[in-house]
Design a protein around this ligand. Structure first.
Ligand SMILES: C[S@@+](CC[C@H](N)C(=O)[O-])C[C@H]1O[C@@H](n2cnc3c(N)ncnc32)[C@H](O)[C@@H]1O
Length: 329
């Protein structure tokens, strides 16, 4: 049957499949097709921000497992409130459940777990605090949420109830990794369990990545992840330290990553002080759409900056978006 589809190298197929599922755009009526070294995935509409060729293809029809809304047992009048997507980190599902469905949390988590063959499903009550940890409550299956997540050839061990991690930034991390030139000095100011740095060290040849975090649990996972991914000795250096005081000890950086999207703005001056001439700051912020122009104006006015490009990476709320800005100096 004909469906819109996306053509992806085999090496990236698993991550893209997960991202399509997380966005709720995987066309589950069709089966993916392998074509040489590429996989064609069926999708339900045009995906403007995915860096893969898209077209209409003829896919085999799928005799498929039922999706979770087809097996969940809740009153018919509440079906319209069911979440259309959820995150998968390793073999753990994480779902936000709207207030209207609070009495059916366990049933919804069971249905998600069974339909998607997950080990555990937990409820996400939002990200909070200085360490940006999600309030994640195990709800169906195993209550141990530590899991091994894989994206674009890297492995990340983490417990999403103890550290921040978003699988939805996989594409952005890969994009940044491919921008890195040989011998760059990089600083990840808010590194968490290390996904940006590890992706960069795996796919490019930086001289060094200094990766800071103030959450001791995140830094412990980061150290284990550096080992597990067999990075070149000394290429990624984890620091359990506030980056605003730590980064000055290592000279200026060719690339600075600032993924602290609610408060990164408070740290922008520090980053600008430490960027080398010709360098790039990857600045992320969750902003109301109507404030985008104001922020672009501010970034365009930074001393020494040459250009600013931005992308809308994901939707945060009906009026807010997660934006990524590349500020070049
Ligand atoms: C949104 S998370 C991003 C983690 C990681 N970059 C990722 O993509 O998964 C932000 C991280 O910044 C850390 N953090 C907050 N303030 C910090 C500071 N002043 N210095 C270093 N790390 C900080 C938090 O503990 C948290 O792990």
């Amino acid at each position: 049957m004909n469906s819109r589809g996306i053509r992806v190298p085999k090496t990236e197929a698993e991550e893209v499949r997960r991202e399509l599922l997380a966005r709720g755009v995987f066309n589950s009526e069709c089966r993916p097709v392998t074509d040489g070294e590429e996989v064609l995935f069926p999708i339900t509409g045009r995906q403007p921000d995915m860096p893969y060729h898209q077209d209409t293809y003829d896919f085999p029809e799928r005799k498929r497992d039922p999706s979770y809304p087809e097996i969940v047992k809740i009153p018919a009048e509440l079906m319209e409130f069911l979440p259309s997507s959820f995150d998968t980190i390793g073999d753990v599902g994480i779902v936000k459940i709207p207030g209207e469905l609070k009495d059916y949390r366990e049933e919804i988590c069971r249905a998600i777990r069974e339909a998607n063959h997950l080990r555990a499903v937990a409820v996400d009550a939002g990200v909070e605090g200085e360490f940006r940890i999600r309030s994640v409550v195990p709800c169906s299956g195993d209550s141990n949420l530590e899991t091994m997540h894989r994206e674009f050839g890297i492995k990340l061990l983490l417990d999403p109830s103890k550290v921040y991690f978003s699988p939805r930034l996989a594409g952005e991390r890969r994009r940044v990794a491919y921008l890195v030139r040989k011998g760059e000095k990089i600083c990840d100011m808010f590194a968490g369990v290390g996904p940006f740095g590890i992706m960069i060290a795996k796919h490019s040849e930086p001289e060094v990545i200094h990766a800071f975090d103030i959450n001791p649990v995140a830094v412990e996972y980061m150290k284990r992840n550096i080992e597990m991914n067999r990075l070149k000795d000394g290429v990624m250096v984890p620091h359990l330290e506030d980056s605003t005081t730590g980064m000055g000890k290592y000279g200026s950086s060719d690339r600075i990553i600032m993924n602290l999207p609610h408060t990164a703005h408070d740290f922008l001056d520090t980053a600008v002080k430490h960027i080398a001439e010709g360098g790039t700051i990857h600045y992320y912020e969750i902003l109301e759409t109507e404030r985008l122009e104001e922020r672009l104006e501010e970034l365009n006015g930074l001393v020494g900056m040459r250009s600013v490009e931005y992308r809308e990476i994901k939707t945060y709320s009906p009026i807010m978006r997660f934006y990524g800005f590349d500020v070049r100096f």
